[in-house]
Every structure is written in structure tokens, then in C-alpha cells.
Design a protein around this ligand. Structure first.
Ligand code: GDP
Length: 303
């Protein structure tokens, strides 16, 4: 329900614009489609995606002879969901493999995007579902990052594996995976450093972490999650593109959508990069992290 509460905020701002637009338009003519396209671009749905969406809407509106506001809204919802969902992919939630414990989730993203907070929130939620969780503080680069994760561990009541200051992140990960095997935990959540300004270093570091996991334990991350600050709009999109070149990303966590008017970025990322948004961050509290549901999102726009 918090999910709905938080998302309503996002939707309200993006949705408010849409609703106002629908309340004011008179005729379904070229101006209508042009104005709608502008509105979508303004809401960070992205240029390409907005064009595709409006083109599809134009065709569909003609085909169905949809002239009423209600009929057009239905077409928008249908198209948004259609744009977002991948045919053939049913469950896009976080992957979990009971036979492959620990399930390793690697969190990547630039500093300040909300990585550590997301790891903390997810740990709390998984623990309250009865799962065992261990954290690894592999962001040995940013001063304070390790301490911040340790605090989350204390708050949630889960172990945090740390190394000495400026330790090699891969060595901390090695220790973490080893302990996670020994203790047979369900989940191992790894917080990494996000130095995008030095792409080669970052690439080497993430490669080394993945190789350590693979070589030593024949494991691989069940998820590599890119954490992006949703309130930065198109900037989040360019980060997604850059990170995707650095390492293979299985899903995106879009944070700070509470109160952001840029909710359209969810659709843009999915459409332009074909990476599912798996979780959304809707505040700073433990409960403010939720799975992303396209249909709810699209329907919520017209509440
Ligand atoms: P990191 O550097 O990527 O690990 O980022 P942090 O986890 O330290 O988060 C940076 C700041 O963003 C902190 O003040 C968090 O409390 C805040 N934050 C993280 N996620 C959210 C969210 O979903 N909503 C809001 N409003 N703030 C968030």
C-alpha cells in the first residue's frame, strides 16, 4: 500500500499534467497529438519513446475510432503497458533460486543514487519475509560508505562483511561469499563503489568482483542491479547507458520517485534500453521500496 501511496505522488505530478491535458483538450486533431507528445517529453518519457507512443496512439485512435476522452485514455494505458512489457517474459520480479544459495545481488550505481539505502531496505524486507540475509560492504572507496552499511546491518539485524579501509573490493567480496556459503544464507547483497568518472577502473573492479565469485565458488550474481536516481530524469537514462557498457545489468532500481514529477523515466528506460525496472524507491524508510508494476503505474496516471 505504501507502494501505491508513494507512486501516487509520482503519478500525480506526471499524471496531473496528463489529467489537466485531458480536461482541457477539445478535439482529437494533430494539435492534440503534438501537445501530448510535448507533455510526454517534458515528463521524461524520452524523445524516442514519446514519439513511438504518440504514433501508436494515433494509429490506434484511428483504428478504433476512439474520439472520447475515456477511449483515448484506455489506449494510452494499453500502449504504455505494451511498451513496457516484453512479450514472453512473465515474471520480471527479482530472481531467486532456492537451489543456488546464496543468491548474490550485486548493486552498482554512482554515489548518491541510493545504493546503500536500497541494500538496507531490501535486507529489511527480505528478513521480514523470513529469509536470511548477509551484506557485503565492497564500496571501500567512498569514506563513510562502509560505516553506513554497518549501521543498516545493525538496524536490520543482519551481518555485514567489511574489509580494512581502502581494501580491494574483490577481496571483501571473496570473504563475503565464503561466509555466506558457510552460513548458508539465502541472500548476499553486495554494495559496490560507483566511480563512473573512471570507467576503466570501474569496469576492471566489477569484472574482478564477478570473476572472484565465479572462479572461487562457481557462482554468479543472480542479479546485477543498477541503482539510479529517478529524480534526475534524463541524466538517469545516460547513466544507465554508460553502466550498461561497463557491465551487464539485469535490472534497475529507480530511487527517489517520491515527489518526483519525472516518473516518465520508468517507461523511457524500459523502452530504450530493454532493461526492466525491478524496484522503485519511494522514500527513505525501510518500507519505501517496492516492486514496480507497469499496469498499476499506467492506470494510476489517470486516477
Ligand atoms: P549511495 O551513495 O548510492 O549509496 O546513496 P545513499 O544510499 O547513501 O543515498 C543517498 C541519499 O538519498 C540518502 O540521503 C538517502 O536517504 C536518500 N535516498 C535513497 N533512496 C531514496 C528514495 O527512494 N527517496 C528519497 N526521498 N530519498 C532516498
Amino acid at each position: 500500500h505504501l507502494y501505491e501511496k508513494g507512486l501516487e505522488k509520482t503519478n500525480r505530478s506526471f499524471g496531473e499534467k496528463l489529467n489537466a491535458f485531458f480536461a482541457n483538450f477539445r478535439r482529437v486533431d494533430e494539435d492534440f497529438f503534438d501537445d501530448l507528445e510535448d507533455l510526454l517529453i517534458e515528463s521524461d518519457v524520452g524523445y524516442e519513446t514519446s514519439m513511438n507512443l504518440v504514433d501508436a496512439l494515433r494509429d490506434e485512435a484511428k483504428l478504433k475510432n476512439a474520439k472520447s476522452k475515456q477511449a483515448l485514455k484506455e489506449v494510452i494505458v494499453e500502449k504504455l503497458v505494451g511498451l513496457y512489457e516484453n512479450p514472453g517474459e512473465e515474471d520480471e520480479g527479482l530472481s531467486y533460486n532456492e537451489a543456488n544459495k546464496p543468491n548474490i545481488y550485486l548493486f552498482v550505481g554512482v554515489n548518491g543514487s541510493g545504493k546503500t539505502t536500497t541494500v538496507g531496505k531490501l535486507a529489511a524486507q527480505l528478513k521480514s519475509q523470513g529469509k536470511s540475509v548477509m551484506l557485503v560492504a565492497a564500496d571501500t572507496f567512498r569514506a563513510g560508505a562502509v560505516q553506513q552499511l554497518v549501521q543498516w546491518g545493525e538496524r536490520v539485524g543482519v551481518d555485514v562483511v567489511t574489509g580494512p579501509e581502502k581494501a580491494d573490493p574483490a577481496s571483501v567480496v571473496f570473504e563475503g561469499v565464503k561466509r555466506a556459503h558457510e552460513q548458508e544464507v539465502d541472500y548476499l547483497l553486495i554494495d559496490t563503489a560507483g566511480r563512473l568518472q573512471n570507467k576503466v577502473n570501474l569496469m576492471n573492479e566489477l569484472d574482478k568482483i564477478k570473476r572472484t565469485i565465479q572462479k572461487t565458488f562457481k557462482d554468479q550474481p543472480e542479479e546485477t542491479l543498477l541503482v539510479l536516481d529517478g529524480s534526475t530524469g534524463q541524466n538517469a537514462m545516460s547513466q544507465a547507458k554508460e553502466f550498461n557498457q561497463v557491465t551487464q545489468i539485469s535490472g534497475i532500481v529507480l530511487t527517489k520517485l517520491d515527489g518526483s514529477s519525472r516518473g516518465g523515466i520508468v517507461i523511457a528506460i524500459r523502452n530504450e534500453m530493454n532493461i526492466p525496472v525491478k524496484l522503485v524507491g519511494l522514500g527513505e524508510q525501510v518500507a519505501d521500496l517496492a516492486p514496480f508494476d507497469t499496469e498499476k503505474f499506467a492506470l494510476g496516471l489517470f486516477k
